[in-house]
Design a protein around this ligand. Structure first.
Ligand code: MN9
Length: 287
């Protein structure tokens, strides 16, 4: 696995139920752009404000829409190991390439408990694990030293690194003594992640502008750094606007203006106000 993976948004209807038709459309739209894979049911997919049944429903719909065209990673992370295992088994049965999980949160579990959680999940299925490192989201920092230990087990094949610490990203590559896939997690520093050794990137803004990031990836690999920087700058102008108003709400609004009805984000995400809507309309018109 490498390249640009879209961290799929979950479209909702006005009553906040899953909009299956739009989700399929979104997958198709991204496949047409040429994305290299999907990350399903992560932070971007609002998985933490959905029930386990709904998360499995999203796995099913996304996989049905994508078929076997590209690798697909199912995010099964939860506070409860059993809940994560249940989702991992569903993902395996549906034909997912790999599972992924954020570290269990809320109780400030020690590293040994977190290590056991990952081992329990990966032992419950016959597909490999991509660890989701998101210190800002769950308060646990997956260090390169932890990684070196956990990755002695070959069922662990990658890390999604959603952190601005690109030294840590580089250290994963250096301290794990076999090839693994490291995905950069913050779109606004995608090029930085690639420069520090990332094999690809998983991101939310790829839902509507994967083409830009596919170009960044290509230009970077061709050694055309200035071209890559120019596209990253273009993308960051958009991302900076979105951070101002709420990233997921803005992404949904842009896609809705582009013709895929994404609906609102679930509470407690706030609805996008009038200023945000207007800013997103302008962005959608330029895309
Ligand atoms: O999946 C996303 N991470 C989170 C990756 O939302 C926590 C990113 O794509 C960000 O949404 C994006 C904006 O900060 O980089």
């Amino acid at each position: 696995m490498k390249g640009i993976f879209t961290a799929l948004l979950t479209p909702f209807k006005e009553d906040y139920s899953i909009n299956e038709k739009s989700l399929k459309k979104l997958v198709e739209f991204n496949l047409e752009k040429g994305v290299n894979g999907f990350y399903v049911g992560g932070s971007t997919g609002e998985s933490m404000v959905m029930t386990a049944e709904e998360r499995k429903e999203v796995f099913r719909i996304a996989k049905e829409a994508a078929g076997d065209s590209v690798p697909m990673i199912a995010h099964c992370g939860a506070i409860s190991t059993d809940a994560a295992i249940d989702m991992a088994k569903t993902a395996e049965a549906l034909g997912y390439t790999a599972v992924s999980a954020v570290a269990p949160f809320y109780y400030s579990f020690p590293y040994q408990a977190i290590r056991q959680y990952y081992t329990d999940i990966v032992s419950s299925v016959n597909i490999p694990m991509v660890i989701y490192n998101f210190p800002g989201g769950n308060g646990f920092t997956f260090t390169a030293d932890y990684a070196a230990e956990i990755f002695e087990d070959e069922r662990f094949i990658g890390i999604k690194h959603t952190s601005a610490d690109l030294f840590a990203l580089q250290q994963f590559k250096q301290k794990i003594k076999r090839p693994i896939t490291v995905f950069n997690g913050f779109d606004e520093m995608c090029l930085g992640g690639l420069a520090m050794g990332a094999d690809g990137a998983i991101g939310s803004t790829y839902n509507f502008m994967a083409d830009k990031f596919l170009k960044i990836y290509k230009e970077f690999n061709n050694g055309e750094i200035e071209n890559a920087q120019a596209i990253q700058n273009e993308a960051n102008e958009i991302i900076a606007e979105m951070i101002k108003y709420g990233v997921f709400q803005c992404e949904k609004a842009v896609l809705t203006y582009m013709g895929i009805d994404m609906g609102p984000c679930r509470k407690p995400f706030l609805p996008l106000g009038r200023d945000g809507m207007e800013a997103m309309k302008k962005i959608a018109e330029k895309l």
